[in-house]
Design a binder for this molecule. Structure first.
Ligand code: 2AM
Ligand code: CA
Length: 268
């Protein structure tokens, strides 16, 4: 399925409106609630952005399915037909504590296959999108990534806990690289790989809305996004994710699979 131009234009208009609203309200007092723990937050702006995007999609595309983090989408979506996967604010903890380094994420899928992905780096006013079968763009200009030659000459991105607990041979991967950086917003960490600033991003636990936008952009670029054991990602499940430049993917899989400990290598 190729991306429909009108749908693409609407998605961009809605994302721009949503990003404008987040910037305009940045200094307003925020209602912050904990979800599972003190690091897992939701604010009224997560819900407001989600509500706005879902209202637009439902109005123009009433037959499409929606999967969205804060629960206003479909309760039990499947991958049949069009599926919009939304994270209204990726990096909510950054949004609350830094007022920076957060994103809006949207992935559009058809019968489980990526069609287009959108990542808005809100405070930098940068819109990244990838259209499968076309290419990847930054603020509507074709993106020319920095070239990645090898793990040994590259930075990597990854969740800090991976390195503390050495899951997926994270320390070994780090030792092969030049060093580790991390934003704490999956969409922005994936952008570092998309731009060629880092060779990979590894996270032990991402929800579909954390990786759906990036997976579509990676697919448009022929980059690799799999589980850390090289399996395809399941669009409806929480999983560990290895998002990788193609030049280093097989080397990283080899390092991960060289582990002795099965427990450290569990994809779930
Ligand atoms: P969020 O801000 O949308 O919740 C932080 O390392 C990254 O992981 C962010 O993209 C964050 O997204 C996501 N994240 C935080 N807690 C998570 C959890 N329990 N499961 C999956 N993803 C999570
Ligand atoms: Ca979120």
């Amino acid at each position: 399925m190729t991306m429909n131009k009108q749908m693409h234009q609407r998605a961009i208009d809605w994302l721009n409106q949503a990003a404008d609203l987040l910037r305009a309200t940045l200094d307003s007092p925020l209602q912050v609630k904990q979800k599972q723990n003190a690091r897992d937050l939701v604010t009224e702006m997560d819900c407001r952005i989600e509500d706005y995007l879902i209202q637009q999609i439902r109005h123009y595309y009433p037959n499409h399915q929606i999967l969205s983090e804060e629960g206003q989408g479909d309760v039990f979506p499947n991958t049949e037909g069009y599926l919009w996967i939304i994270d209204p604010i990726d990096g909510t903890l950054n949004y609350v504590k830094e007022k920076n380094h957060f994103a809006i994420l949207l992935g559009i899928y058809y019968n489980g296959k990526p069609v287009a992905g959108y990542i808005v780096d809100v405070m930098n006013e940068q819109l990244y999108y990838g259209i499968v079968g076309d290419g990847v763009y930054l603020n509507h200009q074709p993106l020319l990534p920095i070239q990645i030659a090898s793990l040994e000459t590259s930075l990597i991105h990854g969740n800090v806990h991976l390195f503390i607990h050495n899951r997926y041979q994270a320390r070994e991967i780090l030792n092969h690289s030049l060093g580790m950086r991390h934003y704490g917003a999956a969409g922005l960490d994936m952008i570092s790989v998309i731009r060629g600033e880092a060779a990979l991003y590894l996270s032990p636990r991402l929800q579909p809305w954390d990786f759906a936008a990036g997976l579509a952009i990676f697919t448009a670029m022929n980059y690799k996004m799999t589980t850390p054991t090289g399996q395809p990602l399941d669009l409806l499940k929480r999983q560990a994710v290895l998002a990788c430049h193609p030049a280093v993917h097989s080397q990283v899989l080899d390092i991960i699979q060289s582990t002795d400990s099965e427990a450290n290598n569990n994809d779930n």
